[in-house]
Design a protein around this ligand. Structure first.
Ligand code: PGA
Length: 249
């Protein structure tokens, strides 16, 4: 499976940072890495970023509405993301779940809308520190996966991002064994639900991936790429991570 390396800029980035995206696109064009490269951006930057990268890498949104259009002040539909030049979107990031009260049902509706519009859809799941301490990681991930991934998704254009909440932005990462255990479980659930087609879904790891740990994490079994926050903001870091994938696959 061709890995997916996805950046998530979160609420960072003004026009002056667009040069970082241009630099990543140029590096990808020159080195032709053996991975799909995506940068998910604040909606305000998508149009300009898409014009800069001209298809050399993919540009995505960080969230979307489940609605197509209507009286939803401040919300952005998947059609609007596409219109701006996005070909992907993240749904259910833990920061959306936490700060905006997004439930599995809301995330599932957003994923359905994204898939309907033909966007590559990254559905995020992940356990808290206390859930891990109480040995609930696998059951929490099972429940989130079942509740956040609707039927009818285009499986080749769907990725599940396992992001332990306690690993996001903290510099802490699970052990390789812990990552493998969760990813193997996610794959088993996908196979149980979709049969052999469950293999078409990419399973990403996210949480404190950096240039110095990327190679080890991204080479683990059932890790089909990464969702990268902080280390996607600077082209030099993001490019270093992309290079580790090319070296490892
Ligand atoms: P991080 O964020 O790489 O900064 O830990 C990952 C994410 O939240 O997607």
């Amino acid at each position: 499976m061709r890995p997916l390396i996805a950046g998530n800029w979160k609420m960072h980035g003004l026009a002056q940072q667009l040069g970082e995206i241009g630099a990543v696109a140029t590096a990808v064009e020159t080195t032709a890495p053996s991975a799909d490269i995506l940068i998910c951006l604040p909606a305000t930057l998508i149009d300009r970023a898409a014009q800069i990268v001209r298809g050399r890498i993919a540009i995505g949104g960080e969230d979307c509405s489940a609605e197509e259009a209507g009286a939803f002040t401040g919300d952005i539909s998947v059609e609007m993301l596409k219109d701006a030049g996005a070909s992907a979107v993240i749904v259910g990031h833990s920061e959306r779940r936490h700060y905006h009260g997004e439930t599995d049902a809301i995330v599932s509706a957003k994923a359905k809308a994204a898939s309907r519009a033909g966007l590559l859809t990254i559905i995020c799941i992940g356990e808290t520190k206390s859930q891990r301490a109480h040995n609930e990681t696998l059951s929490v991930c099972d429940a989130q996966l079942a509740g956040s991934m609707p039927d009818g998704m285009t499986l080749t254009a769907t990725a599940i991002a396992h992001e332990p909440l306690w690993a996001i932005g903290t510099g802490q990462i699970p052990t390789s064994e812990e990552i493998v255990a969760v990813h193997a479980r996610i794959r088993r659930r996908l196979l149980a639900r979709f049969g052999e087609d469950g293999r078409l879904v990419r399973i990403l790891y996210g949480g404190s991936i950096k240039p110095d740990n990327a190679h080890e994490i991204l080479a683990l079994p059932e890790v089909d790429g990464g969702l990268i926050g902080g280390a996607s903001l600077l082209a030099c870091d993001f490019e270093a991570i992309i290079r580790t994938v090319s070296a490892g696959h």
